[in-house]
Ligand binder design. Structure first.
Ligand code: ADP
Ligand code: ADP
Length: 230
């Protein structure tokens, strides 16, 4: 069965004055890398918030592995254990080192102190930051900060990564590194990855692109394989 199934999802803001989603339907299968793209204000972030159970649709069906997500008993447990979030602005804690930041989601789980640190070190090595373990975010480049955030998103071995404009604050070199990392996670670990981006060139890095406009899905198509932005 699919990881996500959305049928005619709708979402309004401001008592119906803004129709952010006007009937969106799609499925995402395990192991897919899907980009959601379209112009600013078309509803991409709203859709990602529904998938992350950060907000609920007004109507329609949204299932996660066959279970209704708006009806899930414990949304915070769903977010902590099933989903890894990656944001445009990184959202690292500035007073915690890289290895401490990566451990934060692990406090939701059962690992002891030593195991948490070992896992965080291992994840930072996976994203190429084995030499930045004890650096504070303020001492890291934007690309390094986002790689710490990606390591953190993997802390609880999520089923799905949800990334909202993950390269939006990065220069093109760092953006390429971060995208290459996401592609590698998708290919090597078979991660299910859903990435919002307004940039069509970045969207083409995914296996599949969903194009939105004015709260509607206008196309949903597979992409030709590309190895890098450059
Ligand atoms: P995108 O991510 O594609 O830029 P959004 O999902 O952020 O689009 O926004 C879709 C529409 O909903 C826009 O018109 C936006 O202004 C509006 N919107 C988003 N969030 C809110 C909110 N919390 N309150 C009111 N309007 C909102
Ligand atoms: P980004 O483009 O960086 O993803 P968003 O457009 O999603 O940013 O907006 C970030 C936050 O602001 C979201 O929580 C969203 O709900 C809120 N937001 C977006 N548009 C509006 C709006 N018109 N009124 C109120 N809140 C909004």
């Amino acid at each position: 069965s699919p990881v996500y199934e959305a049928i005619h999802l709708k979402k309004e803001y401001d008592a119906g004055q803004v129709q952010a989603l006007r009937g969106i339907s799609f499925k995402v299968n395990a192991g897919e890398f899907v980009a959601i793209t379209g112009p600013s204000g078309c509803g991409k972030s709203t859709l990602l918030q529904m998938l992350g159970a950060l907000d609920r649709p007004a109507s329609g069906t949204l299932n996660y592995r066959g279970q209704s997500l708006p009806d899930v008993a414990d949304p915070s447990a769903y977010r902590a254990h099933e989903i890894g979030f990656i944001f445009q602005a990184f959202h690292l804690l500035p007073t915690c080192t890289a290895v401490e930041n990566v451990q934060i989601p692990m406090f939701e789980g059962k690992l002891g102190m030593k195991q948490r640190r070992e896992r965080a070190v291992d994840l930072l090595k996976q994203v190429g930051l084995g030499h930045r373990l004890d650096h504070y975010p303020g001492k890291l480049s934007g690309g390094e900060r986002q790689r710490v955030a990606i390591a953190r998103s993997l802390a609880n071995s999520p089923t799905v990564l949800l990334a909202d404009e993950p390269t939006g604050n990065l220069d093109s070199t760092n953006a390429t590194h971060v995208l290459d990392l996401l592609v590698r996670l998708h290919e090597e670990q078979k991660m299910t990855l859903i990435m919002v981006t307004h940039d069509m060139d970045i969207a083409r890095m995914a296996g599949r692109t969903i194009l939105m406009k004015d709260g509607l899905l206008v196309s949903d198509s597979l992409n030709q394989p590309v190895s890098s932005l450059n």
